[in-house]
Design a protein. Sequence first.
Length: 410
Amino acid sequence: MNTVTLKPSKEKSLLRRHPWVYANAIERVEGKPALGATVIVRAHDGRFLARAAYSPHSQIRLRVWSFDEAEPIDHAFFKRRVQRAVAHRQAFVRDTGAVRLIFGEADGLPGLIVDHYVEDVTGDLSGDAGGGAGRGQLVCQFMAAGVEAWKEAIVAALVGATGCPHVYERSDVSIREKEGLQQTTGVLAGDAPPDTLVTRENGVRYHVDVRSGHKTGFYVDQRDNRALVQAYAAGRDVLNCFCYTGGFSLAALGGGARRVVSIDSSGEALALARANVEVNGFDAERAQWLDADAFRTLRSLVDEGERFDLVVLDPPKFAPAREHVDRAARAYKDINLSGFKLLRPGGLLFTYSCSGAIDAELFQKIVAGAAADARVDARILKRLGAGLDHPLLAAFPEGEYLKGLLLQIV
C-alpha cells in the first residue's frame, strides 16, 4: 500500500478529524500512487492516521476516506457511505421533490455532490409534494480525484440505494482542473434527462434545467429559506435580486405577495422563470422580470424612489478564493446598502453569501456597515443557512459556504 508520511506536528488536524491534508504538511510519499489512489497516512513517528485519496496536482493533497485502520476502501465502503447518506435524507427531509443526497465531506465522500430530483407530472397543486411523481433524476458533481477514481462504484451505489436508474454528471466545474481532471458532463446511467423537468417544493412547482442550469440545475440549498420567504410574503411588495429562474420569486408569489419584481442578467433564466409562473397558474400581472445588471438596477430603483416590503439578495459567489475577499466585501456592502434603502419601515431583508471565503462573522459586519451607511436601524431576526440535507462536520467549518441573515429595519 502506498504511504504518505507527514512532517512533525502536522498530524494535529487529522487527530481532530479534519478531512484534508495540504501539500506543505507532507514529508514523503512512499510508492507511486496514481491520481485518486487510496494511500495510508502516517504521522512522522509512524502512527496510523487515516486512509485517504491522493491528489498530486492539488494543494489539498489528501482527502480522508476513513480514520479507521481496519476499514478497507472498496466497493462495499462506498455502498455503505451512500446508503448512510440516503437514510439521513429519508429521516430528516420531507415533502420535497429536490434534495441533496450527498454533501461531500459531511457524508464521508469528499469532493462529491449528488442531488436527487423527482419530476412532478400531476399539475395538481393541492396535493403533497412529490405526489403523482414521474421519473427521478440523480445529478452528480465529481470534484476531486478520489471520487473520480471510484465513480463507477459510486454510481452503482447511488442507483442501488435510491432505486433511481437515471444518473447525469455535471462535473463542469473549474475546481476539477486543480485536481488534474478535465471538466465533463454526460449520462452515467439510464436515460438522458429531459430538456427541463418540473419538480415541486413547498407546494410550488419549478422547472429544473439539469443539463445546463446553474450547479445541478437548481439551488437545492435554499429550500428552507424559500419557505421562509413564502411564509412572510402575503400582501407584500417583494424585490428579488439575482433571481435566476425565480426560486424566491415563485415562493413569494405562492405565499400571496402583492407584487414581485425580479432581476437577473440571464434572459434564458428569466424565460424559465416566466414558465414557472405559468406552470403554477400564478397571476402573471403580479410578476415583473427585469433582464438587467442587479447592481445598477438597485441603485436606479433607489434613485427612482421605489420601495418594497421584502427584499431578497442572493448573489452568485463574489469571493471564489481568499484573495478576492476585499473586492467581494465591497460588492456585498454595495447591494446591501441599496437593499436597506429600498425597504419601507418594518421591511424585511433576506440577504445571503455563498462565498466560502466570507465567514459568517465577516458577512454580518459587512451587512451592519451597509445598514449604518443607509442610516437605518436593522435588527437580526434569524441567521440563515442551508437545510438538513446539507449537514456540517463539526471538524470541518469550511463546509459552511452558505450563510444568510433575515433582518428587519425599525
